[in-house]
Design a protein around this ligand. Structure first.
Ligand SMILES: [Fe+2]
Length: 591
């Protein structure tokens, strides 16, 4: 049974392949197209999933789509189509997704469609390994639902309550993200990272924006929001409430912005904690699965696990809309076979994307006439050479094995550095990632040593919760201003080479931890191919680059490298802008 799961036309299109219930491939389209958050039909991800499974299109039994276009239309009509909405996306055409799948992918077989939040819930539950669990999904909006409460038992998932649009915690967070001068559907991480710098001085104002109600419900005070009309996220009443004008993008971040971010985060956590308690009370189940964009709020996740009533929490690494593809595929498997996808084990890794062998990398480098140190057959020497570089303060690009699915780099497409180095954070932000100075970096730690350095008593392989740093070492590069971190625990069984690198660094320095940030520069998706990594190296200050068994020194790149290949990227990008209706980063991607 080969099922292709697909999410598209909203935010972060993706495909995955479920073969006899086993997840064998998954990737976001943005990694191939190099357009961040690419919402288009995921043609490249689709082709790649077939290739990864060794399948032709006729070998598929079904395509599973992650939301119901007809139900979505009823909400869109109720809300009114936003002014200036771009053409080419299915605003008022519920037949468009199916036509696109038929015409754009050439698929003539069955298309099974599942509701957006049902896909979210399934994407967590069926990959959690829990025989039964309480299910909480929270995002901006699906068709009508913005939050759902339910249970998963065996092959069945049921929702017993939902919160309906326009009342939405995701849209609340996105509205404040926009007011604070960051892009909607992209800058929410930045608001979360900014929050610990501030004090919760605006709790009363935040509680005016959103009021908790009985059971699972809450309400936005719509006087403060304008997303229904679609011109912008907030109305004029919102800046009046805070007594501050909206922040212009790129302008200075003040104490007010920090305090507002903190207040928003506190109120979000308050509501999620209360609703998790309600869900526990209703279901009596010990384990919780969460999904939807708000489940990527790792600070809230950490609090739900520490302070909430549930014993265990599972969040799937692609908890946002790209992961909807997984849920839809799992639901199709249940519908077609009558049984649960046969993973009684939890999803333990996210290495589900394309990979290149060392020989393939060597051929690419030869073709580009780029010199590299060749460590094929000498892994231990490669690791020592990388440790040499890390220990002297270099930033190393680390490309190994299949690419990660989901927004986090987990040791397959990562930038690595020494977490003890006080200069690393600034250097990474300024020269390598080219992003805001306040944003923290995450640590990867050998699983066996995690408890010695972090207040963490369970594996956290996907960087989906924060915890306190308790390390006897000084770790300035990965410790946030409030003493927290967002660790990835690295298990030698799932990530043998990455774990071996951490072990080698530990042997040399006594520190089993590395800074691990995604391998991309600002505004670009995480690198996918060796060529993407070489381009990224050319446009940033990465010192060394490991492409499988080959090590490239920055000094080996031609002086004009930075100007050579980016032209190719630009051509791909402008093709998108001309051809299929680029999406404004501020509006429309959420409706
Ligand atoms: Fe969603």
């Amino acid at each position: 049974m080969n099922i292709l799961g697909l999410s598209a036309f909203f935010h972060e299109s993706a495909c995955c392949l479920l073969q006899d219930g086993r997840l064998t491939a998954a990737a976001e389209e943005e990694r191939f197209s190099r357009v961040k958050h690419d919402p288009r039909l995921p043609v490249s991800a689709f082709r790649w999933c077939l290739e990864a499974g060794g399948l032709g299109i006729l070998d598929l039994d079904a395509v599973a789509y992650y939301e119901s276009p007809v139900k979505k239309l009823s909400r869109q009509l109720w809300a009114g189509v936003p002014e200036g909405a771009p053409s080419g996306l299915p605003w008022i055409d519920p037949g468009m997704p199916e036509r696109a799948i038929r015409e754009g992918l050439g698929w003539e077989g069955p298309i099974l469609t599942f509701e957006h939040h049902r896909s979210h819930a399934a994407s967590a539950f069926f990959f959690s390994g829990f025989p039964e669990a309480a299910l909480l999904t929270v995002d901006g909006v699906g068709e009508w639902a913005t939050t759902t409460y339910g249970t998963g038992r065996g092959s069945q998932i049921e929702a017993f309550e939902e919160v309906l649009f326009p009342h939405s915690l995701g849209l609340l967070y996105s509205t404040l993200t926009s007011y604070l001068g960051f892009s909607v559907n992209d800058g929410e991480y930045k608001v979360m990272g900014l929050a610990p710098y501030g004090e919760p001085r605006y709790l009363d104002e935040m509680r005016q924006l959103v009021a908790q109600e009985a059971d699972g419900q809450y309400r936005l005070d719509l006087r403060y929001f304008d997303f229904l009309r679609g011109r912008r996220m907030y109305s004029d009443a919102l800046p009046r409430l805070f007594g501050q004008p909206p922040r212009r993008r790129g302008s200075e971040i003040s104490g007010f912005h920090q305090d507002a971010a903190r207040s928003l985060q506190v109120v979000l956590e308050e509501i999620l904690l209360a609703k998790a308690a309600y869900l526990h009370e209703r279901t009596g189940l010990p384990d919780l699965c969460m999904a939807g964009g708000v489940a990527l709020n790792v600070v809230a996740n950490g609090r739900i696990l520490r302070e909430g009533p549930f014993a265990r929490l599972f969040v799937q690494p692609a908890a946002g809309d790209s992961g909807g593809a997984l849920g839809a595929a799992a639901l199709a498997h249940v519908e077609l076979t009558g049984g649960r996808p046969p993973s009684s084990e939890p999803m333990r890794h996210a290495y589900l994307g394309p990979a290149w062998t060392a020989d393939e990398v060597a051929r690419i480098l030869n073709g580009l006439e780029l010199p590299a140190q060749d460590f094929r057959g000498r892994e231990a020497e490669l690791l020592e050479a990388v440790v040499d570089r890390l220990a002297r303060g270099e930033v190393v690009g680390w490309f190994h094995g299949p690419m990660e699915f989901g927004p986090r780099a987990l040791g397959a497409r990562s930038l690595l550095a020494d977490p003890r180095d006080p200069g690393v954070r600034d250097r990474l932000n300024r020269l390598v990632k080219k992003r805001e100075a306040f944003r923290p970096f995450a640590p990867s730690v050998l699983a066996a040593h995690a408890a010695e350095h972090f207040d963490l008593d369970h594996p956290s392989p996907f960087m989906l919760e924060t915890c306190r740093v308790t390390s006897p070492l000084d770790l300035p590069a990965v410790t946030h201003v409030d003493g927290s971190a967002r660790p990835q625990t690295v298990d030698p069984e799932q990530s043998p080479r990455f774990a071996a690198l951490l072990q080698a660094f530990h042997r040399r320095t006594g520190c089993p931890i590395l800074v691990n940030t995604s391998f991309n520069v600002r505004g670009e998706p995480i690198v996918c191919s060796p060529v993407d990594a070489l381009i990224s190296m050319g446009s940033s200050e990465v010192d060394g680059l490991v492409l499988e068994d080959l090590l490239i020194d920055r000094a080996m790149l031609p002086a004009n490298w930075g100007e050579l290949l980016p032209g190719w990227m630009e051509r791909r990008r402008s093709g998108f802008a001309r051809g299929e209706g680029a999406v404004s980063p501020d509006l429309y991607t959420f409706v």
